[in-house]
Design a binder for this molecule. Structure first.
Ligand SMILES: [Zn+2]
Length: 438
Protein backbone atom coordinates (compact mmCIF):
# COMPACT_ATOMS: atom_id res chain seq x y z
CA UNK A 1 0.00 0.00 0.00
CA UNK A 2 1.31 3.43 -0.74
CA UNK A 3 1.57 6.28 1.67
CA UNK A 4 -1.31 8.23 0.14
CA UNK A 5 -3.75 5.43 0.88
CA UNK A 6 -2.37 5.24 4.37
CA UNK A 7 -3.14 8.92 4.95
CA UNK A 8 -6.54 8.56 3.46
CA UNK A 9 -7.62 5.65 5.54
CA UNK A 10 -6.19 7.31 8.63
CA UNK A 11 -8.35 10.35 8.15
CA UNK A 12 -11.36 8.20 7.49
CA UNK A 13 -10.51 6.23 10.61
CA UNK A 14 -10.37 9.06 13.08
CA UNK A 15 -13.74 10.18 11.81
CA UNK A 16 -15.23 6.77 12.36
CA UNK A 17 -13.67 6.67 15.82
CA UNK A 18 -15.65 9.74 16.73
CA UNK A 19 -18.88 8.39 15.40
CA UNK A 20 -18.17 4.89 16.56
CA UNK A 21 -20.89 4.86 19.18
CA UNK A 22 -23.50 5.23 16.47
CA UNK A 23 -22.34 2.07 14.78
CA UNK A 24 -22.56 -0.33 17.65
CA UNK A 25 -25.06 -2.37 15.68
CA UNK A 26 -22.51 -3.01 12.99
CA UNK A 27 -19.70 -4.08 15.30
CA UNK A 28 -18.81 -7.69 14.82
CA UNK A 29 -16.45 -10.00 16.60
CA UNK A 30 -14.10 -11.42 14.06
CA UNK A 31 -12.36 -13.95 16.19
CA UNK A 32 -12.99 -14.98 19.73
CA UNK A 33 -11.53 -17.84 21.60
CA UNK A 34 -11.73 -19.28 25.05
CA UNK A 35 -9.61 -22.26 25.79
CA UNK A 36 -9.85 -23.82 29.25
CA UNK A 37 -6.14 -24.67 29.15
CA UNK A 38 -4.70 -21.45 27.87
CA UNK A 39 -7.43 -18.92 28.74
CA UNK A 40 -6.28 -16.76 25.92
CA UNK A 41 -8.78 -14.38 24.47
CA UNK A 42 -8.39 -12.79 21.13
CA UNK A 43 -10.96 -10.49 19.73
CA UNK A 44 -11.17 -8.22 16.81
CA UNK A 45 -13.78 -5.68 15.94
CA UNK A 46 -14.43 -4.00 12.69
CA UNK A 47 -13.19 -0.48 13.01
CA UNK A 48 -15.11 0.42 9.92
CA UNK A 49 -18.82 0.60 9.19
CA UNK A 50 -18.59 -2.34 6.84
CA UNK A 51 -16.60 -3.58 3.89
CA UNK A 52 -16.80 -0.89 1.28
CA UNK A 53 -18.65 -0.99 -2.01
CA UNK A 54 -17.15 1.30 -4.50
CA UNK A 55 -18.28 2.76 -7.80
CA UNK A 56 -21.66 1.03 -7.85
CA UNK A 57 -22.55 2.76 -11.13
CA UNK A 58 -19.81 0.92 -13.06
CA UNK A 59 -18.85 -2.72 -13.28
CA UNK A 60 -15.86 -4.01 -15.24
CA UNK A 61 -15.76 -0.56 -16.85
CA UNK A 62 -19.39 -0.70 -18.08
CA UNK A 63 -22.13 1.64 -16.84
CA UNK A 64 -24.58 -0.59 -14.99
CA UNK A 65 -27.63 1.43 -16.01
CA UNK A 66 -27.07 0.83 -19.73
CA UNK A 67 -25.92 -2.80 -19.91
CA UNK A 68 -27.16 -6.19 -18.77
CA UNK A 69 -24.58 -8.44 -17.08
CA UNK A 70 -25.24 -12.14 -16.82
CA UNK A 71 -22.98 -13.92 -14.34
CA UNK A 72 -22.13 -17.61 -14.45
CA UNK A 73 -19.50 -20.07 -13.28
CA UNK A 74 -17.29 -22.30 -15.42
CA UNK A 75 -18.46 -25.87 -14.97
CA UNK A 76 -16.29 -28.98 -14.96
CA UNK A 77 -14.91 -29.87 -18.41
CA UNK A 78 -16.52 -26.80 -19.95
CA UNK A 79 -14.66 -25.18 -22.86
CA UNK A 80 -14.64 -21.42 -23.20
CA UNK A 81 -15.21 -21.39 -26.95
CA UNK A 82 -18.37 -23.48 -26.40
CA UNK A 83 -19.64 -21.03 -23.80
CA UNK A 84 -19.08 -18.13 -26.17
CA UNK A 85 -20.65 -20.03 -29.05
CA UNK A 86 -23.74 -20.78 -26.97
CA UNK A 87 -23.92 -17.05 -26.23
CA UNK A 88 -24.16 -16.16 -29.89
CA UNK A 89 -20.54 -15.65 -30.96
CA UNK A 90 -19.50 -17.14 -34.30
CA UNK A 91 -16.56 -19.62 -34.42
CA UNK A 92 -14.62 -17.10 -36.53
CA UNK A 93 -15.08 -14.35 -33.98
CA UNK A 94 -14.09 -16.71 -31.16
CA UNK A 95 -10.90 -17.60 -33.03
CA UNK A 96 -10.05 -13.91 -33.46
CA UNK A 97 -10.69 -13.29 -29.77
CA UNK A 98 -8.41 -16.16 -28.75
CA UNK A 99 -5.78 -14.82 -31.07
CA UNK A 100 -6.09 -11.30 -29.74
CA UNK A 101 -5.93 -12.54 -26.12
CA UNK A 102 -3.07 -15.00 -26.48
CA UNK A 103 -0.35 -12.60 -25.25
CA UNK A 104 -2.37 -12.00 -22.10
CA UNK A 105 -4.38 -15.11 -21.44
CA UNK A 106 -4.78 -18.62 -22.78
CA UNK A 107 -8.45 -19.64 -22.83
CA UNK A 108 -7.46 -23.26 -22.42
CA UNK A 109 -6.37 -22.34 -18.86
CA UNK A 110 -9.85 -21.54 -17.58
CA UNK A 111 -10.64 -23.16 -14.26
CA UNK A 112 -13.90 -24.83 -13.26
CA UNK A 113 -15.50 -22.74 -10.52
CA UNK A 114 -14.21 -19.39 -11.83
CA UNK A 115 -16.75 -16.71 -12.63
CA UNK A 116 -17.46 -15.24 -16.03
CA UNK A 117 -19.88 -12.55 -17.15
CA UNK A 118 -21.63 -12.05 -20.46
CA UNK A 119 -22.37 -8.37 -21.09
CA UNK A 120 -25.22 -7.32 -23.40
CA UNK A 121 -27.00 -4.07 -24.18
CA UNK A 122 -30.16 -5.47 -22.64
CA UNK A 123 -31.50 -8.72 -21.27
CA UNK A 124 -33.32 -9.68 -24.47
CA UNK A 125 -30.41 -8.75 -26.73
CA UNK A 126 -28.83 -11.83 -28.31
CA UNK A 127 -25.36 -10.49 -29.13
CA UNK A 128 -22.89 -9.85 -26.34
CA UNK A 129 -20.96 -6.58 -26.51
CA UNK A 130 -18.31 -7.95 -24.15
CA UNK A 131 -17.49 -10.72 -21.77
CA UNK A 132 -15.41 -10.91 -18.62
CA UNK A 133 -13.53 -13.82 -17.09
CA UNK A 134 -12.20 -13.79 -13.52
CA UNK A 135 -9.08 -16.00 -13.28
CA UNK A 136 -8.55 -15.11 -9.60
CA UNK A 137 -9.66 -12.73 -6.85
CA UNK A 138 -7.30 -9.99 -7.91
CA UNK A 139 -7.78 -9.60 -11.65
CA UNK A 140 -10.37 -9.87 -14.41
CA UNK A 141 -10.06 -10.27 -18.14
CA UNK A 142 -12.28 -8.03 -20.28
CA UNK A 143 -12.96 -8.80 -23.93
CA UNK A 144 -14.62 -5.77 -25.40
CA UNK A 145 -16.28 -6.60 -28.74
CA UNK A 146 -17.91 -3.23 -29.43
CA UNK A 147 -15.54 -1.96 -32.14
CA UNK A 148 -12.37 -3.89 -32.71
CA UNK A 149 -11.78 -6.77 -30.34
CA UNK A 150 -10.00 -5.40 -27.27
CA UNK A 151 -8.64 -7.70 -24.57
CA UNK A 152 -7.42 -6.39 -21.23
CA UNK A 153 -6.34 -7.95 -17.93
CA UNK A 154 -7.41 -5.49 -15.22
CA UNK A 155 -6.52 -5.41 -11.54
CA UNK A 156 -9.37 -4.91 -9.09
CA UNK A 157 -9.21 -1.91 -6.77
CA UNK A 158 -8.12 -3.06 -3.35
CA UNK A 159 -9.87 -1.35 -0.48
CA UNK A 160 -7.92 -1.17 2.76
CA UNK A 161 -9.79 -1.06 6.06
CA UNK A 162 -8.39 -0.79 9.54
CA UNK A 163 -9.24 -3.07 12.41
CA UNK A 164 -8.23 -3.42 16.00
CA UNK A 165 -7.53 -6.55 17.98
CA UNK A 166 -6.54 -7.17 21.54
CA UNK A 167 -6.09 -10.02 23.92
CA UNK A 168 -4.67 -11.13 27.21
CA UNK A 169 -2.36 -14.01 27.82
CA UNK A 170 -2.25 -17.03 30.02
CA UNK A 171 -0.06 -19.66 28.43
CA UNK A 172 1.77 -19.80 25.15
CA UNK A 173 0.81 -17.00 22.83
CA UNK A 174 1.90 -18.67 19.62
CA UNK A 175 0.27 -22.02 20.23
CA UNK A 176 -3.00 -20.48 21.33
CA UNK A 177 -3.14 -17.96 18.51
CA UNK A 178 -2.45 -20.78 16.08
CA UNK A 179 -5.32 -22.79 17.55
CA UNK A 180 -7.88 -20.05 17.03
CA UNK A 181 -6.90 -19.69 13.40
CA UNK A 182 -5.66 -16.10 13.45
CA UNK A 183 -3.80 -15.32 10.25
CA UNK A 184 -0.20 -16.23 11.12
CA UNK A 185 1.17 -13.21 9.34
CA UNK A 186 -0.31 -10.85 11.96
CA UNK A 187 1.54 -12.78 14.68
CA UNK A 188 4.64 -12.55 12.59
CA UNK A 189 4.26 -8.80 12.20
CA UNK A 190 3.51 -8.36 15.87
CA UNK A 191 6.67 -10.23 16.76
CA UNK A 192 8.67 -8.12 14.34
CA UNK A 193 7.14 -4.87 15.60
CA UNK A 194 7.67 -5.57 19.28
CA UNK A 195 10.78 -7.74 19.21
CA UNK A 196 13.01 -4.98 20.57
CA UNK A 197 11.08 -4.62 23.78
CA UNK A 198 9.09 -7.81 24.34
CA UNK A 199 10.63 -11.19 25.00
CA UNK A 200 7.96 -13.44 23.53
CA UNK A 201 9.56 -16.48 25.15
CA UNK A 202 8.86 -15.17 28.61
CA UNK A 203 5.36 -13.80 28.36
CA UNK A 204 3.37 -13.73 31.57
CA UNK A 205 -0.20 -14.54 32.47
CA UNK A 206 -2.23 -11.35 32.31
CA UNK A 207 -0.02 -9.60 29.76
CA UNK A 208 -2.13 -7.67 27.28
CA UNK A 209 -1.62 -6.75 23.67
CA UNK A 210 -3.41 -4.38 21.32
CA UNK A 211 -3.06 -4.18 17.57
CA UNK A 212 -4.21 -1.82 14.85
CA UNK A 213 -3.89 -3.43 11.46
CA UNK A 214 -5.21 -3.37 7.92
CA UNK A 215 -7.42 -5.83 6.12
CA UNK A 216 -7.77 -5.83 2.38
CA UNK A 217 -11.00 -6.21 0.47
CA UNK A 218 -11.98 -6.48 -3.17
CA UNK A 219 -15.64 -5.74 -3.89
CA UNK A 220 -16.43 -6.25 -0.24
CA UNK A 221 -14.74 -9.63 -0.04
CA UNK A 222 -11.87 -10.12 2.42
CA UNK A 223 -8.67 -11.09 0.60
CA UNK A 224 -5.96 -10.82 3.25
CA UNK A 225 -4.09 -8.82 5.84
CA UNK A 226 -2.37 -5.55 5.08
CA UNK A 227 0.14 -3.77 7.28
CA UNK A 228 0.33 -3.80 11.03
CA UNK A 229 0.06 -0.08 11.90
CA UNK A 230 0.59 -0.05 15.64
CA UNK A 231 0.98 -2.46 18.51
CA UNK A 232 1.26 -2.27 22.25
CA UNK A 233 2.18 -4.92 24.78
CA UNK A 234 1.63 -4.47 28.49
CA UNK A 235 3.10 -6.42 31.35
CA UNK A 236 2.52 -5.77 35.06
CA UNK A 237 4.79 -2.78 35.18
CA UNK A 238 5.47 -1.70 31.63
CA UNK A 239 3.83 -1.00 28.28
CA UNK A 240 5.85 -1.23 25.06
CA UNK A 241 4.72 0.45 21.87
CA UNK A 242 5.60 -0.06 18.26
CA UNK A 243 4.43 2.26 15.50
CA UNK A 244 4.69 1.65 11.77
CA UNK A 245 6.34 4.76 10.35
CA UNK A 246 7.11 5.68 6.81
CA UNK A 247 9.10 8.72 5.68
CA UNK A 248 11.59 9.61 3.02
CA UNK A 249 14.38 8.00 5.03
CA UNK A 250 12.66 5.30 7.04
CA UNK A 251 10.11 2.54 6.57
CA UNK A 252 9.43 0.22 9.46
CA UNK A 253 8.56 -0.02 13.13
CA UNK A 254 9.75 2.45 15.75
CA UNK A 255 9.39 2.28 19.50
CA UNK A 256 8.16 5.06 21.80
CA UNK A 257 11.50 6.89 21.71
CA UNK A 258 11.94 6.46 17.97
CA UNK A 259 14.32 3.50 17.97
CA UNK A 260 13.91 1.03 15.10
CA UNK A 261 12.37 -2.31 16.03
CA UNK A 262 15.17 -3.94 14.16
CA UNK A 263 17.39 -4.57 17.10
CA UNK A 264 21.03 -5.44 17.08
CA UNK A 265 20.22 -9.10 17.87
CA UNK A 266 17.01 -11.04 17.33
CA UNK A 267 15.87 -12.80 20.48
CA UNK A 268 15.70 -16.23 18.85
CA UNK A 269 17.07 -17.96 15.74
CA UNK A 270 13.71 -19.61 14.88
CA UNK A 271 10.19 -18.24 14.78
CA UNK A 272 7.24 -19.88 16.54
CA UNK A 273 9.49 -22.18 18.51
CA UNK A 274 9.67 -22.96 22.19
CA UNK A 275 12.68 -23.14 24.47
CA UNK A 276 13.17 -26.80 25.27
CA UNK A 277 16.31 -26.37 27.33
CA UNK A 278 17.86 -23.26 28.86
CA UNK A 279 21.48 -22.23 29.24
CA UNK A 280 22.50 -24.11 32.36
CA UNK A 281 25.95 -24.68 33.84
CA UNK A 282 24.74 -27.76 35.80
CA UNK A 283 22.50 -29.58 33.34
CA UNK A 284 22.09 -33.36 33.40
CA UNK A 285 22.78 -34.41 29.81
CA UNK A 286 19.97 -36.69 28.53
CA UNK A 287 22.19 -38.66 26.13
CA UNK A 288 25.52 -38.76 27.95
CA UNK A 289 23.80 -39.48 31.29
CA UNK A 290 25.89 -37.13 33.42
CA UNK A 291 26.09 -33.49 34.47
CA UNK A 292 27.54 -31.41 31.68
CA UNK A 293 27.12 -27.64 31.39
CA UNK A 294 24.64 -26.67 28.66
CA UNK A 295 26.23 -23.63 27.09
CA UNK A 296 23.36 -22.82 24.75
CA UNK A 297 19.63 -22.33 24.57
CA UNK A 298 17.66 -25.05 22.79
CA UNK A 299 14.75 -24.05 20.59
CA UNK A 300 12.51 -26.95 19.60
CA UNK A 301 10.87 -26.55 16.21
CA UNK A 302 9.62 -28.87 13.49
CA UNK A 303 12.17 -30.55 11.26
CA UNK A 304 13.05 -28.25 8.34
CA UNK A 305 12.03 -24.96 10.04
CA UNK A 306 14.15 -22.04 8.82
CA UNK A 307 17.01 -21.00 11.10
CA UNK A 308 17.89 -17.31 10.80
CA UNK A 309 20.99 -15.38 11.70
CA UNK A 310 20.17 -13.19 14.70
CA UNK A 311 22.28 -10.30 13.37
CA UNK A 312 24.27 -9.14 10.36
CA UNK A 313 27.64 -10.82 10.11
CA UNK A 314 30.07 -13.05 8.27
CA UNK A 315 29.89 -16.85 8.33
CA UNK A 316 33.06 -18.24 9.91
CA UNK A 317 32.05 -21.92 9.88
CA UNK A 318 29.54 -24.16 8.15
CA UNK A 319 30.73 -27.57 9.16
CA UNK A 320 29.99 -30.93 10.80
CA UNK A 321 31.03 -31.96 14.30
CA UNK A 322 30.15 -35.29 15.94
CA UNK A 323 28.37 -33.60 18.88
CA UNK A 324 27.25 -30.39 17.22
CA UNK A 325 26.09 -32.05 14.02
CA UNK A 326 25.83 -29.65 11.12
CA UNK A 327 26.43 -26.19 12.49
CA UNK A 328 26.97 -22.61 11.33
CA UNK A 329 28.93 -19.95 13.18
CA UNK A 330 28.56 -16.25 12.41
CA UNK A 331 30.87 -13.42 13.50
CA UNK A 332 28.96 -10.19 14.07
CA UNK A 333 31.64 -7.79 15.30
CA UNK A 334 34.75 -7.76 17.48
CA UNK A 335 32.74 -8.89 20.50
CA UNK A 336 29.90 -11.18 19.42
CA UNK A 337 29.61 -14.46 17.54
CA UNK A 338 26.64 -16.84 17.33
CA UNK A 339 26.48 -20.53 16.57
CA UNK A 340 23.58 -22.73 15.45
CA UNK A 341 23.79 -26.51 15.99
CA UNK A 342 22.10 -29.75 14.84
CA UNK A 343 20.95 -28.42 11.45
CA UNK A 344 19.45 -30.83 8.94
CA UNK A 345 21.13 -28.83 6.18
CA UNK A 346 22.69 -25.45 5.42
CA UNK A 347 20.86 -22.81 3.41
CA UNK A 348 22.03 -22.25 -0.14
CA UNK A 349 25.27 -20.29 -0.37
CA UNK A 350 26.11 -20.52 3.33
CA UNK A 351 29.84 -21.19 3.62
CA UNK A 352 32.78 -19.55 5.41
CA UNK A 353 33.14 -15.97 4.18
CA UNK A 354 29.46 -15.50 3.23
CA UNK A 355 27.97 -12.22 4.42
CA UNK A 356 24.56 -12.66 6.06
CA UNK A 357 21.86 -10.16 7.03
CA UNK A 358 19.85 -10.20 10.23
CA UNK A 359 16.92 -12.57 9.79
CA UNK A 360 18.45 -14.30 6.76
CA UNK A 361 17.93 -18.06 6.63
CA UNK A 362 21.23 -19.83 7.16
CA UNK A 363 20.03 -23.40 7.63
CA UNK A 364 17.17 -25.69 8.61
CA UNK A 365 16.21 -27.36 11.86
CA UNK A 366 17.32 -30.96 12.25
CA UNK A 367 18.71 -33.40 14.77
CA UNK A 368 22.23 -34.05 13.49
CA UNK A 369 24.95 -34.77 16.06
CA UNK A 370 23.93 -35.43 19.67
CA UNK A 371 20.26 -34.52 19.70
CA UNK A 372 17.14 -36.29 20.95
CA UNK A 373 14.79 -34.47 18.58
CA UNK A 374 14.66 -31.63 16.05
CA UNK A 375 15.89 -28.39 17.64
CA UNK A 376 18.50 -25.66 17.32
CA UNK A 377 21.05 -25.36 20.04
CA UNK A 378 21.81 -21.65 19.93
CA UNK A 379 25.21 -20.58 21.26
CA UNK A 380 26.00 -16.96 21.96
CA UNK A 381 29.66 -16.03 22.18
CA UNK A 382 30.90 -12.83 23.82
CA UNK A 383 34.64 -12.12 23.66
CA UNK A 384 35.28 -15.81 22.97
CA UNK A 385 33.18 -17.11 25.89
CA UNK A 386 29.73 -18.67 25.69
CA UNK A 387 27.12 -16.69 27.63
CA UNK A 388 23.38 -16.87 28.17
CA UNK A 389 22.05 -14.50 25.51
CA UNK A 390 18.74 -14.11 27.35
CA UNK A 391 20.59 -12.58 30.32
CA UNK A 392 22.82 -10.32 28.22
CA UNK A 393 22.19 -6.60 28.02
CA UNK A 394 22.35 -6.05 24.28
CA UNK A 395 23.47 -2.75 22.78
CA UNK A 396 20.37 -0.64 21.95
CA UNK A 397 19.85 0.62 18.40
CA UNK A 398 20.08 4.37 17.72
CA UNK A 399 16.93 6.50 17.48
CA UNK A 400 16.01 8.30 14.26
CA UNK A 401 18.11 11.46 13.78
CA UNK A 402 16.89 14.45 15.86
CA UNK A 403 15.72 16.26 12.73
CA UNK A 404 13.22 13.46 11.95
CA UNK A 405 11.98 12.75 15.46
CA UNK A 406 9.42 15.59 15.54
CA UNK A 407 7.53 14.21 12.57
CA UNK A 408 7.60 10.73 14.00
CA UNK A 409 6.31 11.85 17.39
CA UNK A 410 3.30 13.46 15.71
CA UNK A 411 2.40 10.19 13.98
CA UNK A 412 3.16 8.22 17.12
CA UNK A 413 0.97 10.35 19.39
CA UNK A 414 -2.06 9.96 17.13
CA UNK A 415 -1.60 6.20 17.15
CA UNK A 416 -1.12 6.14 20.94
CA UNK A 417 -4.48 7.84 21.39
CA UNK A 418 -6.09 5.20 19.20
CA UNK A 419 -4.34 2.34 21.00
CA UNK A 420 -5.40 3.71 24.35
CA UNK A 421 -9.03 3.84 23.21
CA UNK A 422 -9.06 0.13 22.43
CA UNK A 423 -10.78 -1.55 25.33
CA UNK A 424 -12.49 1.67 26.46
CA UNK A 425 -14.46 2.71 23.42
CA UNK A 426 -15.25 -0.76 22.23
CA UNK A 427 -18.12 -2.04 24.32
CA UNK A 428 -17.79 -5.76 23.55
CA UNK A 429 -14.45 -5.97 25.33
CA UNK A 430 -16.27 -6.10 28.66
CA UNK A 431 -18.06 -9.11 27.34
CA UNK A 432 -14.84 -10.81 26.29
CA UNK A 433 -13.26 -10.01 29.64
CA UNK A 434 -16.17 -11.54 31.50
CA UNK A 435 -16.09 -14.74 29.55
CA UNK A 436 -12.33 -15.00 29.90
CA UNK A 437 -12.37 -14.69 33.69
CA UNK A 438 -15.45 -16.59 34.85
ZN1 LIG B 1 21.67 -27.29 23.33
Amino acid sequence: MNFATFKKSKIRKSYSDIIFSFFIASVFILGYHLDKNSNLTFSSVSDEESAPHKGSAMKFGFPLDSVYIQEDVIKKNEIFSNILNLNGLSPNLILSIENEAKEIFNFRNIKAGSKYHIIKKSECDDTPIAFVYEPDKFTYLVCDLRDNIKVDLVEHDVEVCEEVAYGSIDGSLWQSLGKIGVDNSIIDKMEEALSTSVDFYHIQKGDEFKLIFEKKYINGEYIGLGNLLAASYSTDNNTSYSINYKSKDFDGFLDFEGRPARKTFLKAPVKFSRISSNFNLRRFHPIKGKTIPHLGTDYAAPYGTEIRSVADGIVTAAAYGSGNGKFVKVKHDKVYETQYLHMSRFAKGIRPGTRVKQGQTIGYVGATGLATGPHVCFRFWKNGRQVNHLKEKMPAPQTLPQSQLGNYFEVRDKMLVRLQKIGHNYPHQDMAGKVANP
